[in-house]
Design a protein around this ligand. Structure first.
Ligand code: DSN
Length: 427
Protein backbone atom coordinates (compact mmCIF):
# COMPACT_ATOMS: atom_id res chain seq x y z
CA UNK A 1 0.00 0.00 0.00
CA UNK A 2 2.77 2.44 0.91
CA UNK A 3 4.40 1.83 -2.45
CA UNK A 4 1.22 2.88 -4.18
CA UNK A 5 0.98 6.11 -2.24
CA UNK A 6 2.69 8.54 -4.54
CA UNK A 7 1.17 7.70 -7.88
CA UNK A 8 -1.57 5.11 -8.15
CA UNK A 9 -3.40 5.70 -4.91
CA UNK A 10 -3.58 9.46 -5.28
CA UNK A 11 -4.59 9.20 -8.93
CA UNK A 12 -7.29 6.65 -8.06
CA UNK A 13 -8.70 8.98 -5.44
CA UNK A 14 -8.53 11.89 -7.85
CA UNK A 15 -10.50 9.87 -10.39
CA UNK A 16 -13.16 9.17 -7.80
CA UNK A 17 -13.46 12.76 -6.55
CA UNK A 18 -12.94 14.71 -9.76
CA UNK A 19 -13.07 12.71 -12.99
CA UNK A 20 -12.71 15.86 -15.11
CA UNK A 21 -9.39 16.91 -13.59
CA UNK A 22 -8.29 13.26 -13.56
CA UNK A 23 -8.90 12.97 -17.29
CA UNK A 24 -6.85 16.12 -17.93
CA UNK A 25 -3.98 14.71 -15.88
CA UNK A 26 -4.05 11.46 -17.87
CA UNK A 27 -4.19 13.36 -21.16
CA UNK A 28 -1.20 15.46 -20.09
CA UNK A 29 0.67 12.26 -19.15
CA UNK A 30 -0.01 10.96 -22.66
CA UNK A 31 1.14 14.24 -24.24
CA UNK A 32 4.34 14.23 -22.20
CA UNK A 33 4.94 10.61 -23.26
CA UNK A 34 4.20 11.02 -26.97
CA UNK A 35 5.85 14.33 -27.80
CA UNK A 36 9.38 15.66 -27.98
CA UNK A 37 9.23 18.27 -25.22
CA UNK A 38 11.78 20.85 -26.26
CA UNK A 39 10.78 24.01 -24.40
CA UNK A 40 14.15 24.68 -22.74
CA UNK A 41 12.70 25.60 -19.36
CA UNK A 42 10.83 22.28 -19.05
CA UNK A 43 11.92 18.86 -17.90
CA UNK A 44 10.68 15.64 -16.29
CA UNK A 45 10.88 15.79 -12.48
CA UNK A 46 11.82 12.32 -11.20
CA UNK A 47 9.07 10.33 -9.43
CA UNK A 48 10.84 10.72 -6.06
CA UNK A 49 10.60 14.52 -6.42
CA UNK A 50 6.91 14.26 -7.39
CA UNK A 51 6.22 12.01 -4.39
CA UNK A 52 7.80 14.50 -2.01
CA UNK A 53 5.77 17.37 -3.51
CA UNK A 54 2.50 15.46 -3.28
CA UNK A 55 3.03 14.28 0.30
CA UNK A 56 1.38 15.35 3.57
CA UNK A 57 4.03 18.06 3.91
CA UNK A 58 1.62 20.05 1.78
CA UNK A 59 -0.72 20.24 4.79
CA UNK A 60 1.56 22.10 7.17
CA UNK A 61 1.96 25.83 7.82
CA UNK A 62 5.45 26.90 8.88
CA UNK A 63 6.02 30.65 8.65
CA UNK A 64 9.53 31.47 9.76
CA UNK A 65 12.72 29.48 9.40
CA UNK A 66 13.90 26.18 10.92
CA UNK A 67 14.06 26.58 14.70
CA UNK A 68 12.24 29.95 14.54
CA UNK A 69 8.66 29.26 13.47
CA UNK A 70 5.39 30.94 14.34
CA UNK A 71 3.46 27.64 14.49
CA UNK A 72 3.97 24.45 16.50
CA UNK A 73 4.47 20.95 15.12
CA UNK A 74 7.55 21.69 13.02
CA UNK A 75 9.84 18.76 13.84
CA UNK A 76 9.63 17.20 10.39
CA UNK A 77 9.34 20.46 8.44
CA UNK A 78 12.43 21.90 10.15
CA UNK A 79 14.38 18.75 9.34
CA UNK A 80 13.25 18.80 5.71
CA UNK A 81 14.08 22.48 5.20
CA UNK A 82 17.47 22.10 6.90
CA UNK A 83 18.27 19.15 4.63
CA UNK A 84 17.26 21.09 1.52
CA UNK A 85 19.43 24.07 2.49
CA UNK A 86 22.43 22.02 3.59
CA UNK A 87 22.37 19.93 0.42
CA UNK A 88 22.26 23.02 -1.79
CA UNK A 89 25.00 24.76 0.20
CA UNK A 90 27.25 21.73 -0.27
CA UNK A 91 26.29 21.14 -3.88
CA UNK A 92 26.91 24.72 -5.03
CA UNK A 93 29.60 25.56 -2.46
CA UNK A 94 27.79 28.59 -1.01
CA UNK A 95 27.49 29.97 2.53
CA UNK A 96 23.71 30.09 2.63
CA UNK A 97 20.63 28.80 0.81
CA UNK A 98 17.03 29.96 1.14
CA UNK A 99 14.54 27.52 -0.42
CA UNK A 100 11.32 29.35 0.39
CA UNK A 101 10.77 31.52 -2.74
CA UNK A 102 7.69 30.22 -4.53
CA UNK A 103 9.50 30.37 -7.87
CA UNK A 104 12.08 32.35 -9.85
CA UNK A 105 10.17 35.64 -10.08
CA UNK A 106 9.47 35.83 -6.31
CA UNK A 107 13.14 34.93 -5.69
CA UNK A 108 14.20 37.91 -7.79
CA UNK A 109 11.61 40.15 -6.16
CA UNK A 110 13.00 39.22 -2.74
CA UNK A 111 16.45 40.29 -3.95
CA UNK A 112 15.10 43.72 -4.95
CA UNK A 113 13.45 44.02 -1.55
CA UNK A 114 16.68 43.06 0.20
CA UNK A 115 18.95 45.55 -1.54
CA UNK A 116 16.97 48.36 -3.17
CA UNK A 117 14.22 50.88 -2.51
CA UNK A 118 11.57 51.92 -5.05
CA UNK A 119 13.12 54.38 -7.50
CA UNK A 120 16.66 53.03 -7.05
CA UNK A 121 18.66 52.22 -10.15
CA UNK A 122 19.04 48.57 -11.10
CA UNK A 123 20.47 46.92 -14.19
CA UNK A 124 19.73 43.78 -16.17
CA UNK A 125 19.63 42.31 -19.66
CA UNK A 126 16.66 43.50 -21.71
CA UNK A 127 13.94 40.98 -22.53
CA UNK A 128 14.43 41.39 -26.31
CA UNK A 129 18.07 40.34 -25.91
CA UNK A 130 17.17 37.22 -23.94
CA UNK A 131 16.90 38.61 -20.39
CA UNK A 132 14.02 37.88 -18.03
CA UNK A 133 10.99 40.05 -17.29
CA UNK A 134 12.14 40.42 -13.68
CA UNK A 135 15.52 41.86 -14.68
CA UNK A 136 13.96 45.30 -15.10
CA UNK A 137 11.73 44.95 -18.14
CA UNK A 138 9.18 47.76 -18.31
CA UNK A 139 5.97 45.71 -17.96
CA UNK A 140 7.25 43.91 -14.85
CA UNK A 141 7.19 45.27 -11.31
CA UNK A 142 10.99 45.35 -11.57
CA UNK A 143 10.75 47.90 -14.38
CA UNK A 144 7.86 49.84 -12.87
CA UNK A 145 9.12 50.28 -9.29
CA UNK A 146 12.81 50.75 -10.06
CA UNK A 147 14.85 52.88 -12.42
CA UNK A 148 15.84 49.95 -14.62
CA UNK A 149 18.72 50.29 -17.03
CA UNK A 150 18.85 47.56 -19.66
CA UNK A 151 21.87 46.22 -21.51
CA UNK A 152 21.71 43.97 -24.54
CA UNK A 153 23.62 41.99 -27.12
CA UNK A 154 25.70 43.17 -30.07
CA UNK A 155 24.07 43.32 -33.46
CA UNK A 156 27.00 41.68 -35.23
CA UNK A 157 27.28 38.47 -33.19
CA UNK A 158 24.29 38.63 -30.80
CA UNK A 159 26.58 38.10 -27.81
CA UNK A 160 26.37 40.18 -24.60
CA UNK A 161 27.73 43.66 -25.23
CA UNK A 162 30.17 44.02 -22.33
CA UNK A 163 31.31 47.46 -23.50
CA UNK A 164 27.71 48.59 -23.16
CA UNK A 165 27.37 46.88 -19.76
CA UNK A 166 30.47 48.71 -18.47
CA UNK A 167 29.47 52.08 -19.93
CA UNK A 168 25.91 51.91 -18.57
CA UNK A 169 27.15 50.75 -15.18
CA UNK A 170 29.61 53.64 -14.88
CA UNK A 171 26.99 56.13 -16.02
CA UNK A 172 24.09 54.92 -13.85
CA UNK A 173 25.86 53.24 -10.90
CA UNK A 174 23.12 50.66 -10.21
CA UNK A 175 22.60 49.17 -6.76
CA UNK A 176 21.89 45.77 -8.25
CA UNK A 177 23.20 44.23 -11.43
CA UNK A 178 21.47 41.11 -12.79
CA UNK A 179 23.19 38.68 -15.12
CA UNK A 180 21.72 35.47 -16.49
CA UNK A 181 19.08 34.94 -19.16
CA UNK A 182 16.14 32.98 -20.45
CA UNK A 183 16.94 33.00 -24.15
CA UNK A 184 20.70 33.30 -24.46
CA UNK A 185 22.50 30.26 -25.89
CA UNK A 186 26.02 31.11 -24.72
CA UNK A 187 28.09 30.77 -21.55
CA UNK A 188 27.53 33.60 -19.08
CA UNK A 189 30.88 35.22 -18.27
CA UNK A 190 30.39 35.69 -14.52
CA UNK A 191 33.93 36.99 -13.79
CA UNK A 192 33.47 39.76 -16.35
CA UNK A 193 30.15 40.84 -14.85
CA UNK A 194 31.72 40.70 -11.37
CA UNK A 195 34.52 43.03 -12.40
CA UNK A 196 32.07 45.61 -13.75
CA UNK A 197 29.77 45.33 -10.72
CA UNK A 198 32.71 45.67 -8.34
CA UNK A 199 33.91 48.84 -10.10
CA UNK A 200 30.59 50.59 -9.51
CA UNK A 201 29.76 49.08 -6.11
CA UNK A 202 26.74 47.09 -7.34
CA UNK A 203 25.61 43.80 -5.83
CA UNK A 204 25.92 41.25 -8.63
CA UNK A 205 22.97 38.87 -8.86
CA UNK A 206 23.37 35.79 -11.05
CA UNK A 207 19.97 34.46 -12.10
CA UNK A 208 20.83 30.91 -13.07
CA UNK A 209 17.24 29.68 -13.42
CA UNK A 210 17.92 28.13 -16.81
CA UNK A 211 21.35 26.71 -16.10
CA UNK A 212 21.36 25.74 -12.40
CA UNK A 213 21.31 22.05 -13.33
CA UNK A 214 24.24 22.59 -15.68
CA UNK A 215 26.15 24.46 -12.97
CA UNK A 216 25.37 21.79 -10.36
CA UNK A 217 26.45 19.10 -12.81
CA UNK A 218 29.71 20.86 -13.67
CA UNK A 219 28.71 21.59 -17.27
CA UNK A 220 28.59 25.41 -17.01
CA UNK A 221 30.97 27.66 -15.01
CA UNK A 222 29.64 28.53 -11.57
CA UNK A 223 28.82 32.09 -10.48
CA UNK A 224 29.96 31.25 -6.94
CA UNK A 225 32.82 33.53 -5.95
CA UNK A 226 31.71 36.10 -8.52
CA UNK A 227 28.08 36.92 -7.68
CA UNK A 228 27.24 37.61 -4.02
CA UNK A 229 23.65 36.56 -4.68
CA UNK A 230 22.42 33.74 -6.92
CA UNK A 231 18.77 33.09 -7.73
CA UNK A 232 17.20 30.17 -9.53
CA UNK A 233 14.10 28.21 -10.20
CA UNK A 234 14.38 24.57 -9.18
CA UNK A 235 12.53 22.89 -12.03
CA UNK A 236 14.36 23.59 -15.27
CA UNK A 237 17.73 21.93 -15.92
CA UNK A 238 17.90 21.33 -12.13
CA UNK A 239 15.02 18.86 -12.56
CA UNK A 240 13.29 19.51 -9.24
CA UNK A 241 9.80 20.74 -8.34
CA UNK A 242 8.33 24.09 -9.44
CA UNK A 243 10.05 26.32 -6.91
CA UNK A 244 12.75 28.86 -6.28
CA UNK A 245 15.96 29.28 -4.33
CA UNK A 246 18.38 32.02 -3.38
CA UNK A 247 22.02 31.19 -2.66
CA UNK A 248 24.24 33.84 -1.14
CA UNK A 249 27.39 34.84 0.69
CA UNK A 250 27.22 34.95 4.50
CA UNK A 251 27.16 38.77 4.47
CA UNK A 252 23.84 38.78 2.58
CA UNK A 253 22.12 35.98 4.56
CA UNK A 254 20.17 38.21 6.94
CA UNK A 255 18.95 40.59 4.23
CA UNK A 256 17.86 37.74 1.96
CA UNK A 257 16.06 35.76 4.66
CA UNK A 258 14.21 38.84 5.93
CA UNK A 259 13.21 39.80 2.40
CA UNK A 260 11.70 36.39 1.63
CA UNK A 261 9.93 36.14 5.00
CA UNK A 262 8.35 38.28 6.33
CA UNK A 263 9.15 40.77 3.55
CA UNK A 264 7.50 39.07 0.62
CA UNK A 265 5.91 35.74 1.43
CA UNK A 266 3.96 33.89 4.10
CA UNK A 267 4.27 30.17 4.72
CA UNK A 268 6.67 28.20 2.55
CA UNK A 269 5.36 25.36 0.39
CA UNK A 270 6.76 22.47 2.38
CA UNK A 271 6.05 19.74 -0.16
CA UNK A 272 8.07 21.78 -2.65
CA UNK A 273 10.86 22.22 -0.09
CA UNK A 274 11.02 18.42 0.25
CA UNK A 275 11.07 18.09 -3.54
CA UNK A 276 13.99 20.54 -3.70
CA UNK A 277 15.84 18.48 -1.07
CA UNK A 278 15.36 15.32 -3.15
CA UNK A 279 16.42 17.11 -6.35
CA UNK A 280 19.54 18.44 -4.60
CA UNK A 281 20.42 14.91 -3.47
CA UNK A 282 20.00 13.59 -7.01
CA UNK A 283 22.00 16.51 -8.43
CA UNK A 284 24.95 15.48 -6.26
CA UNK A 285 25.34 12.15 -8.06
CA UNK A 286 27.64 11.10 -10.86
CA UNK A 287 24.53 10.25 -12.91
CA UNK A 288 23.49 13.89 -12.76
CA UNK A 289 26.89 15.06 -13.97
CA UNK A 290 26.52 12.66 -16.90
CA UNK A 291 23.05 14.07 -17.60
CA UNK A 292 24.30 17.70 -17.47
CA UNK A 293 27.11 16.96 -19.93
CA UNK A 294 24.67 15.10 -22.20
CA UNK A 295 22.23 18.04 -22.22
CA UNK A 296 24.96 20.18 -23.76
CA UNK A 297 26.27 17.48 -26.13
CA UNK A 298 22.70 17.01 -27.36
CA UNK A 299 22.15 20.75 -27.81
CA UNK A 300 25.34 21.02 -29.85
CA UNK A 301 24.39 18.03 -32.02
CA UNK A 302 20.92 19.45 -32.54
CA UNK A 303 22.34 22.86 -33.44
CA UNK A 304 24.59 21.24 -36.05
CA UNK A 305 21.69 19.33 -37.50
CA UNK A 306 19.58 22.50 -37.66
CA UNK A 307 22.38 24.44 -39.35
CA UNK A 308 22.64 21.63 -41.93
CA UNK A 309 18.88 21.95 -42.41
CA UNK A 310 19.21 25.65 -43.28
CA UNK A 311 18.32 27.22 -39.93
CA UNK A 312 19.85 30.53 -38.93
CA UNK A 313 20.80 30.24 -35.23
CA UNK A 314 21.24 33.27 -32.99
CA UNK A 315 24.99 33.51 -32.16
CA UNK A 316 25.55 30.71 -34.69
CA UNK A 317 25.06 27.86 -32.21
CA UNK A 318 24.99 27.05 -28.51
CA UNK A 319 27.16 26.48 -25.45
CA UNK A 320 24.35 25.43 -23.16
CA UNK A 321 20.99 23.66 -23.23
CA UNK A 322 19.10 26.02 -25.52
CA UNK A 323 18.98 27.11 -29.12
CA UNK A 324 17.35 30.23 -30.52
CA UNK A 325 16.54 30.07 -34.22
CA UNK A 326 15.76 33.12 -36.34
CA UNK A 327 13.31 32.04 -39.03
CA UNK A 328 13.38 35.33 -40.95
CA UNK A 329 15.35 33.84 -43.86
CA UNK A 330 12.93 30.89 -44.09
CA UNK A 331 10.05 33.36 -44.33
CA UNK A 332 8.05 31.57 -41.64
CA UNK A 333 6.90 33.44 -38.50
CA UNK A 334 7.97 31.78 -35.25
CA UNK A 335 4.37 31.17 -34.21
CA UNK A 336 3.45 29.40 -37.44
CA UNK A 337 6.54 27.21 -37.12
CA UNK A 338 5.93 26.42 -33.43
CA UNK A 339 2.32 25.45 -34.10
CA UNK A 340 3.22 23.22 -37.06
CA UNK A 341 6.01 21.61 -35.04
CA UNK A 342 3.61 20.93 -32.19
CA UNK A 343 1.29 19.14 -34.63
CA UNK A 344 4.35 17.10 -35.65
CA UNK A 345 4.95 16.11 -32.02
CA UNK A 346 7.82 18.57 -31.50
CA UNK A 347 7.03 21.10 -28.78
CA UNK A 348 9.00 24.37 -28.79
CA UNK A 349 8.06 27.98 -28.11
CA UNK A 350 7.98 30.97 -30.42
CA UNK A 351 10.28 33.69 -29.16
CA UNK A 352 11.66 37.10 -30.06
CA UNK A 353 15.17 37.21 -31.43
CA UNK A 354 17.56 40.12 -30.77
CA UNK A 355 16.55 43.24 -32.77
CA UNK A 356 13.37 41.46 -33.83
CA UNK A 357 11.27 43.66 -36.13
CA UNK A 358 8.18 41.57 -35.28
CA UNK A 359 6.02 41.84 -32.16
CA UNK A 360 6.61 39.58 -29.09
CA UNK A 361 3.30 37.74 -29.61
CA UNK A 362 4.16 37.06 -33.24
CA UNK A 363 7.97 37.04 -33.31
CA UNK A 364 10.60 35.81 -35.75
CA UNK A 365 12.16 33.13 -33.61
CA UNK A 366 11.83 29.70 -32.14
CA UNK A 367 13.35 28.73 -28.77
CA UNK A 368 14.11 25.11 -28.03
CA UNK A 369 16.31 22.99 -25.81
CA UNK A 370 17.41 19.53 -24.80
CA UNK A 371 16.90 19.04 -21.01
CA UNK A 372 13.69 17.00 -21.17
CA UNK A 373 14.86 14.89 -24.14
CA UNK A 374 18.11 14.16 -22.33
CA UNK A 375 16.18 13.11 -19.20
CA UNK A 376 14.45 10.50 -21.39
CA UNK A 377 17.80 9.18 -22.56
CA UNK A 378 17.80 10.53 -26.12
CA UNK A 379 21.31 11.10 -27.45
CA UNK A 380 23.25 12.61 -30.30
CA UNK A 381 21.93 10.14 -32.90
CA UNK A 382 18.34 11.06 -32.07
CA UNK A 383 19.18 14.80 -32.20
CA UNK A 384 20.14 14.36 -35.86
CA UNK A 385 16.71 12.93 -36.58
CA UNK A 386 14.97 15.66 -34.61
CA UNK A 387 16.86 18.38 -36.50
CA UNK A 388 15.94 16.80 -39.83
CA UNK A 389 12.26 16.57 -38.86
CA UNK A 390 12.27 20.20 -37.77
CA UNK A 391 13.78 21.30 -41.07
CA UNK A 392 11.08 19.43 -42.97
CA UNK A 393 8.24 20.93 -40.93
CA UNK A 394 9.51 24.51 -41.11
CA UNK A 395 10.06 24.16 -44.88
CA UNK A 396 6.41 23.15 -45.35
CA UNK A 397 4.34 24.11 -42.29
CA UNK A 398 1.09 23.49 -44.15
CA UNK A 399 1.88 19.98 -45.38
CA UNK A 400 -0.46 18.26 -42.94
CA UNK A 401 0.08 14.79 -44.40
CA UNK A 402 3.83 14.94 -43.85
CA UNK A 403 3.32 16.58 -40.43
CA UNK A 404 1.06 13.72 -39.36
CA UNK A 405 3.61 11.20 -40.66
CA UNK A 406 6.38 12.89 -38.66
CA UNK A 407 4.19 12.87 -35.52
CA UNK A 408 3.84 9.09 -35.97
CA UNK A 409 7.60 8.70 -36.45
CA UNK A 410 8.21 10.75 -33.29
CA UNK A 411 5.80 8.57 -31.31
CA UNK A 412 7.47 5.44 -32.59
CA UNK A 413 10.96 6.67 -31.68
CA UNK A 414 9.85 7.73 -28.21
CA UNK A 415 8.54 4.24 -27.41
CA UNK A 416 12.21 3.32 -26.86
CA UNK A 417 12.75 6.26 -24.48
CA UNK A 418 10.17 6.10 -21.69
CA UNK A 419 9.88 9.34 -19.75
CA UNK A 420 10.76 9.26 -16.04
CA UNK A 421 7.55 8.49 -14.15
CA UNK A 422 5.65 7.63 -17.34
CA UNK A 423 7.19 4.23 -18.02
CA UNK A 424 3.75 2.63 -17.76
CA UNK A 425 2.76 4.30 -21.03
CA UNK A 426 5.60 2.78 -23.08
CA UNK A 427 5.17 -0.36 -25.16
N1 DSN B 1 9.08 31.07 -18.35
C1 DSN B 1 10.47 30.86 -18.14
C2 DSN B 1 11.12 30.36 -19.37
O1 DSN B 1 10.47 29.66 -20.10
O2 DSN B 1 12.27 30.64 -19.64
C3 DSN B 1 11.04 32.09 -17.67
O3 DSN B 1 10.19 32.69 -16.74
Amino acid sequence: MRLLYAADMTLASLEQVDPEIHSHVLAEERREHEKLRMIPSENYAPPAVMAACGSVLNNKYSEGYAGRRYYEGQAEIDAVERLACERLETLFGVDHANVQPYSGSPANLAVYLAFAKPGDTVMGMGLPSGGHLTHGWKVSISGKFFNAVQYGVKREDQRIDFDQVATLAREHRPKLMFCGATAYPRTIDFPRFAEIARDVGAVLVADIAHISGLVAGGAHPSPVGHAGVITSTTHKTFRGPRGGMILCDAEHKKAIDRAVFPGLQGGPHNGTTAGIAVAAKLASTEDFRTYAAAVIANARALAESLLEGGFDLVTGGTDNHLILADLTAQGVPGKVAAQALDRAGIVTNYNSVPFDPRKPFDPSGLRLGTPALTSRGLGVAEMKRVGAWMAEVVAAPEDEARIAAIAAEVREMLEDFPAPGLEHLAG
